[in-house]
Design a protein around this ligand. Structure first.
Ligand code: URA
Length: 239
């Protein structure tokens, strides 16, 4: 592939910035200075060095974000800020996209990647990947709701949900709950509570498949997945 494309892909700036980098004479391939972005390199074989440091090509990127409220889970939007807009340039350059959607006001675990195969596996309805949410509910959540969610509830459009596992953490005029579902219908958690006459006032995703939201991440922060998380993800996809 072209050296300028490779350098842009691994986060060394836009094509224009990469051109400048090459012009500055700081890039060598197998020890030879390269100034022309059109030069072809073999990412597997050639030794590419920038500012004296060897760079490693990679195709895919996997980011765990603690999505803040107020941004939308899309790659671009004319009016609203998206989760991609809040990435640093060296990550955005990989063109990641969110794996599934969280509502604008929902917080928590969002995986971003440019690995379409993995994204497809996680989103495929056939895989039944569990997603767990923490929510604050306006209203008293009871054993009856646990049973209703366990049976499946009928949403406003007549769809009957697959069983959801509801845990009551605190019950009162406002209740704290955790709900695990294996589907991802539009506004599913909010609509499941509407189906039992209650309203979600705060929603946060805390896990997706084998991934748990890293509590060290503040809202709007993100990090690359660890090797352990990657291994868990890849294994869970095979089932
Ligand atoms: N269910 C919802 O209602 N909203 C989300 O953002 C995710 C699940």
């Amino acid at each position: 592939m072209r050296i300028d494309k490779l350098l842009a892909n691994i986060g060394h700036g836009s094509r224009k910035e990469v051109k400048q980098l090459l012009k500055n004479g700081v890039v060598t391939v197998n020890g030879e200075l390269v100034k022309d972005g059109k030069q072809h390199v073999d990412p597997e074989e050639d030794q590419i060095v920038i500012h004296g440091e060897e760079v490693y090509y990679r195709e895919f990127i996997y980011l765990m974000m603690n999505k803040p409220p107020g941004v939308i889970s899309a790659t671009e939007d004319a009016r609203e800020e998206t989760v991609i807009d809040i990435l640093e340039a060296n990550h955005a350059v990989f063109n990641p996209f969110p794996v599934g959607r969280l509502d604008k006001d929902t917080e928590g675990l969002l995986l971003l990647t440019n690995d379409g195969v993995l994204a497809h596996q996680l989103l495929s309805p056939k895989k039944h990947v569990p997603k767990t949410y923490f929510a604050v509910i306006d209203g008293e959540v009871t054993e009856k709701d646990i049973e209703a969610f366990h049976q499946g509830v009928t949403l406003d459009d007549g769809y009957v949900t697959k069983p959801g596992e509801l845990k009551i953490l605190k019950s009162g005029l406002r209740s704290d709950i955790e709900l695990t579902i294996t589907e991802g219908k539009f506004h599913q958690v909010k609509r499941m509570f509407e189906a039992v006459g209650k309203r979600v006032v705060y929603l946060q995703r805390i896990s997706m498949g084998p991934l748990q939201l890293d509590e060290e991440l503040d809202l709007g922060e993100y990090r690359e997945l660890t090797e352990e998380e990657m291994a868990l993800l890849k294994n869970s996809g095979k089932e």
